[in-house]
Design a protein around this ligand. Structure first.
Ligand code: ATP
Ligand code: MG
Length: 567
């Protein structure tokens, strides 16, 4: 491809709306353009990268026994009613009406469609196992679409669904996918970690996430360096050990704390550290008000709370409801004398003489003690794990890191086949529910994650397996015939070897062309200048190194092939 013909509108300036590196660079380097919040066009360079990611994903899905199909994006409401998710999926689902006033969903995921498809045409154990997948756009009306391709409202996903006779079959399918996913992210040359995950709204009982490690990642993970344990903090169990002996209980006292609403205000006021304060949060769990208390320095984990309460819907309570139930507003709440069910984080059990709100504006209690001054409904694990928490497997302190979730695999079991009555006949002629799994990879998010992990101040540094072009040839002066001739002949030679080559034939200053080559991230750069040509030599530079090598023109192809082979 000649650069002069390429549609690659690079920008000089950093786009102001972009907050993360991948968003900035993909916009600046002419890969994507925004059409609306969370909705993007993929320009030719991006399309080349996406096709390469898809090709690797496809190869590994096929290797694992997957068969590709393509299902509709527009999905009838009735199917979602059968699974019970039309009402629970919530605002994240895009819904549309046809001319007959019938509702449809724009597919956020495809469990309903595929379960109904398989149920209609698969009748016997002989037809299983089945692994079916597609690569397609998904639609989710995210509350906060952001970071460009990272959290879009329209995005590309590979989704595979497995169908087995029983749990043992599901274990086999799950392991196949687990292995295939590892192969995929290794082949993509991304640094990643597999972590245990919560199975969330999709349901099911075992789940792993594939996290590309990056400081800007939206997910927090913890892992143990000693044991084979790594988990999303959403899921990681917090190990609690009562460290007793405890200090003596002092007499509880009410103190005047005018205008103090936050833990920080109280720390400044009392001089006691955050962990000796207790904060109280209020939630509606399926419509019922509950109080949640945890140490001042901890973060509540809503997913754990939802699991503990076993509720479908969990919302933070509003100010008015809290005030009428407790007689005080947020910032002055506390468990003492509270007439509402209280769920206490397990650490609260070991706290002595802590400070908390007195359920009266501008007042707090000091020297509060659990058991003596209040009794929670239960002590439960409802906080996020943090660095330094103990490994649930070996007890060694955990490390923390941030990651971008690029893949997610779930054991669904019979959740959907029961809801939608999807059965097959087993060997004995008995009808049994099909056991399912689902396995997603965010293709467009993976492209953004690759940039997030592979860049420098000058631009993107594509991993070789997914670069839009492997080599860029830059003649310093396109008006010099001998430079252009040498460039064209090398361009043809490399293309004949099957390489993807960009020839920068633009009549621009060399500096501009170097900047663009770095910005769009092409791994290998060949510069053809006058001096080099007199000695039959060109300059080669690897995007990820600073050195410039002089190599004989007739050695270029061989050298490049070797570098690409090493990956
Ligand atoms: P998240 O927690 O990031 O919202 P999820 O758990 O909702 O992700 P899944 O339903 O498991 O995601 O979807 C499978 C994969 O699709 C994810 O691992 C991710 O790579 C990708 N994905 C999910 N939501 C988005 C989005 N809004 N934009 C881009 N990719 C996404
Ligand atoms: Mg999501």
């Amino acid at each position: 491809m000649k650069f002069s013909e390429l549609f690659c509108p690079t920008l000089r300036e950093m786009p102001s709306e972009a907050e993360t590196v991948s968003h900035q660079l993909l916009l600046r380097a002419g890969y994507i353009r925004k059409a609306g919040a969370g909705i993007y066009s993929y320009l030719p360079l991006a399309q080349r990268v996406l096709k390469k990611i898809e090709a690797i994903v496809r190869e590994e899905m096929d290797r694992a026994g997957g068969q590709e199909l393509l299902m509709p994006i527009i999905q009838p409401r009735e199917l979602w009613e059968q699974s019970g998710r039309w009402d629970v999926y919530g605002d994240e689902m895009f819904r549309l009406l046809d001319r007959h006033q019938r509702y449809f969903a724009l597919g956020p995921t495809h469990e309903e469609i595929i379960t109904s498809l398989v149920n209609g045409d698969v009748h016997s154990y002989r037809d299983l196992p089945l692994l079916l997948y597609q690569i397609q756009n998904k639609y989710r009306d995210e509350i906060r679409p952001r970071f460009g391709l990272m959290r879009g409202r329209e995005f590309i996903m590979k989704d595979l669904y497995s169908f087995d006779m029983d749990e043992a079959g599901l274990d086999v399918s799950y392991l196949k996918m687990y292995t295939a996913y590892n192969r995929i992210f290794q082949r993509l040359k991304l640094q990643y970690r597999v972590v245990e995950a919560d199975s969330g709204a999709i349901g099911g009982n075992e789940s792993h996430e594939f996290m590309v490690l990056a400081d800007t990642g939206e997910d927090a993970i913890v892992f143990c360096e000693r044991e084979d344990f790594a988990s999303n903090v959403e899921k990681a169990a917090c190990v609690y050990r009562d460290e007793g002996p405890h200090e003596d209980m002092r007499e509880m006292q009410k103190i005047h704390t005018p205008g103090m609403r936050t833990i920080k205000d109280l720390v400044d006021f009392t001089g006691e550290p955050e962990q000796r304060h207790v904060k109280t949060l209020m939630y509606f769990a399926d419509g019922q008000l509950v109080a949640v208390i945890l140490r001042g320095d901890r973060e509540l984990n809503e997913i754990k709370l939802k699991n503990v309460l076993g509720c479908n819907q969990l919302f933070m309570a509003d100010d008015d409801s809290v005030r009428s139930a407790c007689g005080a507003g947020f910032g002055s709440l506390g468990p003492v004398g509270m007439d509402i069910k209280i769920y206490a984080d397990q650490e609260i059990a070991g706290l002595r003489n802590f400070t908390c709100g007195a359920n009266e504006d501008d007042y707090h209690y000091i020297n509060v003690n659990p058991g003596r001054d209040f009794l929670p409904e239960d002590y439960v694990d409802i906080r996020n794990a943090v660095e330094g928490d103990l490994c649930p497997v070996c007890g060694h302190p955990l490390k923390a890191a941030r990651g971008i979730e690029v893949g997610h695999i779930f054991k669904l079991g019979t959740k959907y086949s029961q809801a939608m009555n999807a059965t097959v006949l087993d060997k004995n002629g008995q009808s049994v529910h099909i056991v399912m799994g689902c396995y997603g990879i965010g293709i467009s998010r993976t492209m953004a994650a690759a940039v997030e992990q592979n860049h420098d101040e000058n631009g993107i540094i594509w991993p070789i397996p997914i670069t839009p072009f492997q080599v860029i040839i830059i003649p310093i002066n396109v008006k010099k015939q001998e430079q252009m001739e040498a460039a064209l002949s090398l361009y043809n030679e490399l293309q004949e070897l099957g390489l993807e080559v960009l020839l920068d034939d633009r009549d621009e200053r060399a500096g501009v062309k170097f900047k663009d080559a770095d910005l769009i991230g092409i791994p290998l750069r060949i510069v053809i200048g006058p001096k080099a040509l007199q000695e039959n030599q060109v300059e080669m530079k690897k995007r990820w190194e600073n050195e410039i090598y002089n190599i004989a023109i007739d050695q270029v192809a061989g050298t490049i092939m070797n570098i690409l082979k090493e990956g």
